[in-house]
Each structure stands twice: as C-alpha cells, then as structure tokens.
Design a protein around this ligand. Structure first.
Ligand code: MN
Length: 267
C-alpha cells in the first residue's frame, strides 16, 4: 500500500468509524497495533510469567475445550464416543496468575452456590495459522502451564437447560487461575503423565493426560479450522472426572507431573 493510499484509507476508515488497527492490515485478522492508535484511556494487556525468564507471555485469547476426558463427559451427561470436540472462550482478564509454592487467595464469585474446580493442562501458542495439519500442530506450542477452569456449575447448568449461552457459568472475573508457562525446550510436550487436584488435602481429581479424548495437537487442528490461531492464544485442554464444589476457606491444590504444584485458597 502506498503512503498516499494508506492515508486516504485511514481517513475513510475514520469516517466510517473503523479502527485504524483493522485497516493497517486489511484483509487479515490482526492483533491491535496500539502504537498507531490514539486512545482516550488505556486497556491492560494480560501477561503470564514465563518460568526461568524475565519475559512474560502476552495473552491474546483463552480457549477451553469441553468434555475432553471420557469419564468427565459421562459425569456431565454426554456420550464421549459420539461427539466432536467443542470449545468456548474466557476473557483474557479472567486470568489470575498463581505463583507456585504459595497459597494464593482466590475470590468466591458472585451469583453462584455451586462453585466448581476443574484442573487442566494449558498449552500456550507462539505461532498461529489456519487449518494447521496434525503433523505440524505441536510446533505451534511455546510452552505449558497448570490451570484451573473455575466454573459456576449451577449457572452453567441453568443456562444450558434453557438452551441459553452458558457464558455466565464459565467466563467471569478470576475464572482462569494459571501458573507460570514452562517452555517446551525445558519441559517437552505433555502427552501423558499424572494430573490431579485435592481440596484440603483430600484427593478429588486423579487421572492421566493420556486419557484426553482430543490431544493438544488435535485440539490445535480443530480450533484452527474454526478460527485462525495467533501467537498469544492459550488452550485449556479439559478436565478429568470428579469435578466438584468448593466453599470459602478451602485450599485447592493442583498438580501435573513435571510442573510445580499450584495452590489457591477460596476466600
Ligand atoms: Mn474445563
């Protein structure tokens, strides 16, 4: 695009009320390019610390897969053998960083009387693409983290029963606690290994990552058919069976073999 054309398309864009960032790379779904845009206030970018690095991982989108372990799919009332994967999103600012080797306060949310934990492996991408082939899928993974897909189960079910979006049950402030991201060059890929969660020292969830119905690689393939993926996207890869409620005062401890445990106190 010539400088002149660029200026006139910007003027037109302003008339039409379209953000300059969109026009800067017309035809391509783009990340906002903040440096080019004047704004009346600032909006925070969400970051996740990268273990062993002074850099932090900038988060673009938070994807989550539903019912990705057979026993959990059954406990949620569906037949895991017949259903293709489905995904939902949480807002990036739902992320709550949970430092390892500490107990981090996690607020019990409003509107629910049945607040559930779901321990999950999270894959963090540093490469995007559309229709990513299976053989190349894991090349898009920058690293992995331990995460919690916290859920207002009563609202998720209530909305689902009414055939309404279940967003209020899944996508709310603090609903995505997560530990630091460990890079693939340090920890490799997580295709198997123990995943677990305890409440007040009592084991609640205990499974193996190999029991995922759709592997991380397959999730990247499927997601990239629905949306173009970009660096900064993270994927919560599903929870095993025995999800359950917490109340204020509970200590929830999460583990995945090969990563430090995370612990939160529900307050
Ligand atoms: Mn989940």
């Amino acid at each position: 695009m010539s400088d002149q054309n660029s200026k006139s398309s910007r003027r037109n864009a302003m008339k039409m009320g379209i953000g300059l960032a969109t026009i800067a790379t017309a035809g391509v779904v783009s990340q906002p390019q903040a440096a080019e845009v004047k704004t009346p206030f600032t909006v925070s970018q969400v970051y996740i610390p990268i273990a062993g690095s002074s850099q932090e991982f900038p988060v673009r989108r938070v994807y989550c897969i539903g019912r990705n372990y057979a026993a959990h799919a059954r406990e949620m009332g569906s037949d895991p053998t017949r259903e293709p994967p489905f995904f939902f999103q949480k807002p990036t600012d739902a992320i709550q960083f949970v430092a390892p080797n500490k107990i981090i306060d996690h607020p019990y949310p409003t509107l629910t009387k049945n607040y559930h934990y779901e321990v999950e492996l999270v894959a963090a991408l540093n490469k995007g693409g559309k229709n990513i082939p299976f053989e190349k899928a894991l090349e898009h993974v920058f690293g992995y983290a331990l995460g919690l897909d916290m859920t207002r189960r009563d609202l998720q079910r209530f909305m689902g029963d009414q055939k309404k979006p279940w967003e209020i049950g899944k996508s709310f402030d603090f609903s995505a606690p997560i530990g630091p991201i460990y890079t693939v060059d340090k920890v490799g890929h997580f295709k198997n290994g123990a995943i677990g969660l305890s409440v007040n020292g009592i084991t609640k969830q205990k499974a193996d990552l190999s029991q995922m119905i759709w592997s991380v690689a397959e999730q990247i393939v499927k997601l990239s058919e629905a949306n173009e993926l970009f660096p900064g996207d993270i994927i919560y890869s599903g929870t095993p069976e025995n999800v359950g409620p917490v109340v204020r005062g509970d200590i929830v401890r999460c583990s995945i073999a090969g990563l430090p445990d995370l612990a939160v106190k529900i307050i």
